[in-house]
Write a protein that binds this ligand. Structure first.
Ligand code: SAM
Length: 162
C-alpha cells in the first residue's frame, strides 16, 4: 500500500470514528476536549458536527490555519501534562468526549504519554463519556468499546467511563 493510500485510510478511519462517538455521546452532558490541535482538521470536524457543544482545544503551539483555531476562551496553550491537570477552572464540567490525538510517531514519546495521561483523562471524563485515543491506554475505570464496522483493529482505541 502506498503512503498516500495509507494516509487516506487513516483519515477515513478517524472521520468514521469521530462520527460514531458523536452519536454515542448524544445523551452525555459536558464539553468536548480536543487534545492536539495540529492543523485543526479534527477540531473543525467536531465543531461542524457538534453544534452547540462547547469544545476546548489543547496544544503546546498553534500551527493550524486561522479558520481552524478556536477563540481565546477555548484554546488552552501549554504542555497538556500541565494544562489538562489544571484546566478545571476554565473547562468546569467533566467532558462527554475527549479526543486524544497525541501520537507522535516516536516510540519513547508515545510510551511516556501512555504513562502520564491516563489519570488526567480519568479525572476529566464524565461517567458515560468517551475517550478516543490513537494510543492504547490503561484506563481501569473505563471499558474498551469495539470499533465501528470496517475499521482496522488497533488503529484507534475507544473507552467509555463506567
Ligand atoms: N488532531 C489534529 C488534526 O486533526 O490536525 C492532529 C494532532 S497532531 C497528531 C498532535 C498535536 O499534539 C501536535 O500539534 C502537537 O503539538 C500536540 N502535542 C503532542 N503532545 C503534546 C503535549 N504533551 N502537550 C501539548 N501538545 C502536544
Amino acid at each position: 500500500m502506498s503512503r498516500l493510500e495509507s494516509f487516506i485510510r487513516r483519515m477515513t478511519a478517524q472521520k468514521d470514528i469521530l462520527n460514531f462517538v458523536i452519536g454515542e455521546i448524544s445523551n452525555v452532558e459536558g464539553p468536548v476536549l480536543e487534545l492536539g490541535l495540529g492543523n485543526g482538521r479534527t477540531y473543525d470536524h467536531l465543531r461542524e458536527n457538534l453544534l452547540g457543544r462547547e469544545i476546548f482545544v489543547f496544544d503546546r503551539a498553534i500551527n493550524a490555519s486561522p479558520q481552524s483555531v478556536p477563540d481565546g476562551d477555548h484554546m488552552i496553550l501549554g504542555e497538556i501534562r500541565d494544562t489538562l491537570a489544571f484546566c478545571g477552572p476554565r473547562v468546569k464540567a467533566e467532558a462527554a468526549l475527549i479526543h486524544c490525538d497525541l501520537g507522535s510517531g516516536d516510540p519513547t514519546t508515545d510510551l511516556a504519554t501512555k504513562a502520564w495521561i491516563p489519570p488526567l483523562l480519568n479525572a476529566r471524563t464524565a461517567v458515560g463519556g468517551i475517550v478516543v485515543s490513537g494510543l492504547p491506554l490503561d484506563l481501569p475505570d473505563f471499558v474498551e468499546l469495539d470499533l465501528p464496522d470496517g475499521i482496522q483493529k488497533k488503529r484507534y482505541f475507544l473507552y467509555r467511563k463506567l
